[in-house]
Write a protein that binds this ligand. Structure first.
Ligand code: DGY
Length: 321
């Protein structure tokens, strides 16, 4: 009898995921569910054939250089892979996969929640009622910015961007987008393509980020790009904190250039940026775009599908390197 591959799960994935994993593999789970440190990743690499990390486990060039040759595949439980130094992993001959598609709707839901919450002053309104401080009402009270029929600019028209566009069309929004490449017409559903941010930013009332964090997109939202936005624009980020120069955004919120923001991602995670707490018009969430039961199972199963293909000698569907 051939021995079963050994898989390390640095975080506690969904019960259904772990049950399925146990039916095929020898499984080691970090029951403490703490982020896998560099030391833990390096130590475990000598004991396992595969790892199923989340974005909380960092495979930097230094970590990758120290990995034991036993480790053959990093099957990420995430679509974003900015926590992995892909060239370094490739150079070590380690296969890397991710989990696209399955979290698009859940993440688009959170983008919609943040866009509506920021525009309609949900944080401020909730606090008033919750704290027993709601003592008045008038037509001038808690007036926000209307989403229905407004212009939305989507930066990054991949799977999540397209899922968000579909939901926004339900609000009658006029969709504009910037992407490295233009979508085929059938996928645009009437959206207007902008080959550059320069033409997109002044045209829209709401901006939602859906591109990956790469060296090219780091601080994509900065003093210069914020200045190009319409006065009173609303910014939503459910992609990665690296995309936004947070000091520049704080300055734009202070001046009113940006009227509100919805943020699920921050430069420092966990934790976020306490400076944003001074703005009641900023709605914040702790990186929970994909956090639904159905999506957690789907992400886990997709990672296992990739492992199953790999150990069956096939090319995993979501192979990145
Ligand atoms: C992703 O899959 O990239 C989400 O941000 C959760 O990690």
């Amino acid at each position: 009898m051939t021995s079963r591959p050994v898989i390390w799960f640095p975080r506690k994935l969904s019960e259904a995921t772990l049950a399925r994993a146990r039916s095929t593999y020898d499984v080691i789970v970090n029951e403490a569910d703490t982020p896998g440190t560099a030391e833990a990743i390096i130590a475990m690499s000598a004991q396992v054939d595969a790892m199923v990390p989340c974005h909380s486990e960092h495979f930097s060039a230094d970590v990758v250089a120290a990995l034991d040759p036993r480790l053959k595949i990093v099957a990420n439980h995430s679509v974003g892979v900015d926590h992995c130094d892909l060239p370094a992993l490739k150079a070590r001959g380690i296969t890397v996969t991710n989990t696209p598609d399955v979290l698009s709707d859940a993440t688009a839901e959170i983008a919609m929640l943040l866009m509506l919450g920021a525009a309609r002053r949900a944080v401020e309104g909730d606090a008033l009622v919750r704290d027993g401080k709601w003592s008045d009402w008038s037509p001038a009270f808690m007036v926000g910015k209307q989403v229905s029929g407004a212009r939305l600019g989507i930066i990054g028209m991949g799977r999540v961007g397209r899922a968000f566009a579909e939901k926004a069309r339900g609000f009658g929004m006029d969709i504009h987008y910037h992407n490295r490449t233009r979508l085929v017409e059938a996928d645009e559903h009437g959206a207007t393509y902008h080959p550059t941010l320069e033409t997109l930013l002044p045209e829209v009332d709401f901006i939602s980020l859906h591109c990956p964090a790469t060296p090219e997109t780091t601080d994509l939202i900065n003093t210069t790009t914020l200045a190009k936005m319409r006065d009173g624009a609303v910014l939503v980020n459910t992609a990665r904190g690296a995309l936004v120069d947070e000091d520049a955004l704080i300055a734009a919120l202070s001046s009113g250039k940006i009227s509100a923001a919805g943020l699920d991602c921050f430069k420092v995670e966990p934790g976020g940026n306490p400076q944003f707490a001074q703005f009641p018009q900023v709605m914040m969430l702790p990186h929970i775009g994909s956090a639904t039961r159905a999506t957690r199972d789907a992400m886990g199963f997709r990672a296992l599908d990739n492992l199953d293909a790999f150990f069956a000698g096939k090319d995993p569907r979501d192979r990145l390197v």
